[in-house]
Design a protein around this ligand. Structure first.
Ligand code: ADP
Ligand code: MG
Length: 288
């Protein structure tokens, strides 16, 4: 590849809303055969909204939301923002001490003397049957359900809904036409992952992956001989973006993801990932 042709490709990329770290990046896209897509914020908007609050037996819904919202106010996660916003709309949020956030799991903190956690059901916290049923129903329709607990007991369920980006389905179809296999990758659970995958036309979903595990999924595909592009937006995607043969970050995503990636899709739209791969193939063809 001549440096000039690659630079021309880089300039064309900028016009298409694709920022390329260096001219050599275009070369690695040529052989990509698998595209791993993060779910939240990449395939979906990540603009989550709280849609349901369920209190367990003997608990109060407003109290479940108020305490959860107080702790979530300390987190930047899309699920957290939806919960904190909805709680703040209903009244002032109490202060939190000892806030802690665990990527891909949830948050915890002390509110008015209660040890509150919000997130995936912690091991050791039993979720009563009625609340577990509420979670399953929400997840079956693609919602993300989180458990609110205090003092070691599950007290309620919050369901948040996210929407698939309007262009995601067409982008997945275009990736397939280029001969690429799309794979959905998420920390969210299998039911939600399947619902979203079906909505955009992806057959393979890897769900329930902790942030540290995303990079292992990319490595495993590479060990199988795949050449992997990864598209993501979150802090939890950074290591996987760096590991992938080609890392693409959503321009609407976190700085950490953008720094780890080879390419940035400025508009945060998956169709730009298709443009990037097409562009590199065309650029390299003119060079050969
Ligand atoms: P994705 O891989 O789709 O971007 P994450 O790995 O960020 O998702 O999160 C995975 C799951 O962990 C979420 O679906 C949610 O159940 C839980 N979770 C993560 N952070 C939080 C939080 N701040 N509050 C509540 N739940 C959370
Ligand atoms: Mg994400």
């Amino acid at each position: 590849a001549t440096p000039t042709a690659l630079l021309v490709g880089t300039g064309r990329g900028a016009q298409l809303g694709i920022l390329i770290k260096g001219p050599e990046v275009l070369e690695s896209t040529r052989t990509v055969d698998t595209v791993v897509l993060d779910k939240t914020g990449t395939v979906t908007t990540g603009q989550m909204a709280l849609v349901d609050v369920t209190a367990g037996a003997g608990e109060d819904r407003d109290e479940v939301l108020r305490l959860a919202g107080a702790v979530e106010a300390g987190s930047e996660h899309p699920v957290a923002r939806a919960i904190a916003r909805a709680a703040a709309e209903r009244g002032a949020l109490p202060p939190v001490e000892g806030f802690r956030s665990t990527q891909g799991v949830g948050v915890e903190g002390s509110v008015e003397g209660l040890g509150v956690t919000v997130g995936r059901p912690a091991s050791g916290t039993r979720v009563p049957d009625d609340l577990a049923a509420v979670m399953r129903t929400a997840e079956a329709v693609g919602r993300t359900a989180v458990v609110v607990s205090w003092d070691g007991r599950a007290r309620g369920i919050l369901a948040v809904a996210d929407a698939v980006k309007p262009t995601s389905r067409a982008a997945v179809a275009a990736l397939r036409r280029l001969g690429l296999t799309p794979v959905l990758l998420t920390g969210d659970n299998a039911t939600v992952a399947k619902a979203v995958a079906a909505e955009v036309g992806i057959d393979e979903a890897v769900a329930g992956v902790l942030p540290a595990g995303k990079v292992d999924v990319v490595k495993r595909l590479q060990d199988e001989g795949k050449v992997v592009a990864m598209v993501g937006d979150g802090v939890n995607d950074a290591a996987a973006l760096a590991q992938a043969d080609l890392g693409l970050a959503m321009g609407t995503g976190t700085d950490v993801a953008i720094e780890a990636a080879d390419l940035t899709l400025v508009r945060g739209d998956l169709t730009a990932a298709v443009d990037a791969i097409r562009l590199s193939r065309r650029t390299l063809r003119t060079i050969k």
